[in-house]
Design a protein around this ligand. Structure first.
Ligand code: B12
Ligand code: SF4
Length: 320
């Protein structure tokens, strides 16, 4: 079974002055699919390669995928819908799947306006996608789609068309057990412009311990989970060795909030620091991804906890 993942060609301007960043979702999903035995996984980064619709159509024609998955944040939703429409028009039997933060929250709207999308994966994709792809592979799709957790899809019920959301899937409990396939990305194309170096964004944590009312992140990732800092450092080391080039990747968690007081104090800072310093002793012969003489990323003392206050919100509620 051929599975094709597409990062839609959406450009926001503003945040992209930081360069082209690797689409981590594709590496995480491709790695999980491959670990589950689905080895024929392809990836098209239409955004970084600035692919126009005709270019995308040509690639889709050549790839002949059985399953096509696209991602969407809110501003890229129409590009994502469009990419899946092109896939469906070219290959009507292909199962089209959309995931990501926008589809997770807005599945009713998305499925209403884009009926060519067969399924939406709500929340973290690794485990749900494997269940879905297994069902397709075994011929249980779409008959058994109701039994797959974390999906949304449109169907015709006794009272006419309706949108169904299956039971929410559990979150991924052991982040260290995910084995992302970083090799699926075209590393030469990803650069962090301010430092003129390659950039990688391995997940260090998922979720957030706070619940700021304006923020989608704690709702999306639900429970807050952190990785073993030693495994994060191992992963960064591997990334540098395999893809680092000039040996200066910017390592960043899925949540840039790691530098914020609220997350920093929860992140087992000492463990991360000692793992990092231990690795940087090999700076001359090994990866040398940060100079130990520089102030540690986690070096600012954590703010004191406010006695008696429930920890419901983020940085704005912390004392200065
Ligand atoms: C790194 C990052 C960036 C980087 C790089 C983006 C990139 N190329 O990946 C930069 C700095 C460039 C950036 C820019 C922007 N970003 Co940004 N970014 C992030 C950040 C911090 C991490 C993204 C990440 O890698 N996450 C880790 C991966 C594994 O998670 P994921 O992508 O969600 O994928 C998982 C699931 O969603 C699901 N999934 C996702 N796709 C698919 C597809 C399928 C088929 C399936 C089955 C499942 C699935 O499975 C994955 C694995 O579990 C997120 C916040 C966050 N913590 O996620 C914000 C975030 C995605 N960014 C956001 C925004 C708004 C932007 C900008 C529009 C900002 C701006 N105004 O310019 C631009 C858009 C740039 C663009 N053209 O796309 C918002 C989106 C909010 C929304 N409502 O959609 C987020 C959520 C932050 C926030 N809370 O506001 N961003
Ligand atoms: S601390 Fe940051 S990531 Fe957490 S809920 Fe608040 S704004 Fe969102």
């Amino acid at each position: 079974m051929r599975i094709l993942l597409i990062h839609p060609n959406y450009h926001s301007g503003g945040a992209e002055i930081a360069g082209n960043w690797p689409p981590a979702w594709a590496a995480y999903l491709a790695g999980s699919l491959k670990s589950a035995g689905f080895s024929d996984v392809r990836f098209i980064d239409a955004m970084t390669n600035n692919l126009l619709e005709d270019d995308l159509a040509a690639l889709l024609k050549a790839e002949k995928p059985d399953v096509v998955g696209a991602t969407a944040i809110t501003p890229s939703i129409y590009k994502a819908e469009r990419a899946l429409r092109i896939a469906k028009e070219l290959h009507p039997d292909t199962v089209t799947i959309l995931g990501g933060v926008h589809a997770t929250f807005m599945y009713q709207q998305v499925l209403s306006e884009a009926p060519w999308i067969d399924a939406i994966v709500r929340g973290e994709g690794e485990e749900i996608l494997i269940e879905l792809v297994r069902a397709i592979d075994d011929g249980r799709w779409p008959a058994e789609r109701q039994s797959i957790k974390g999906l949304a899809f449109a169907e015709t019920g006794p009272d006419g068309p309706r949108i169904v959301a299956t039971q929410a899937a559990p979150t991924v409990k052991d982040l260290d057990a995910i084995n992302p396939d970083w090799g699926i990305l075209e590393w030469d194309k990803y650069r962090y412009i301010p430092l003129n170096c390659r950039v990688a964004i391995p997940n260090m944590a998922r979720g957030c311990p706070f619940t700021c009312s304006f923020c989608s992140q704690w709702k999306f990732w639900r429970d807050y989970r952190i990785r073993d800092p030693r495994k994060v450092v191992d992963e960064i080391e591997t990334l540098v060795q395999r893809f680092g080039g000039e040996r200066r990747p910017l390592a960043q968690g899925q949540d840039a909030a790691r530098r914020r007081p609220c997350v920093r104090r929860r992140y087992s800072a000492d463990a991360f620091r000692s793992a990092r310093v231990r690795r940087s002793h090999t700076a001359n012969g090994g990866p040398g991804w940060r100079n130990p003489a520089q102030p540690p990323l986690t070096g600012t003392p954590a703010p004191p906890r406010m006695p008696g206050r429930p920890q419901r919100s983020g940085p704005t509620r912390l004392p200065r």
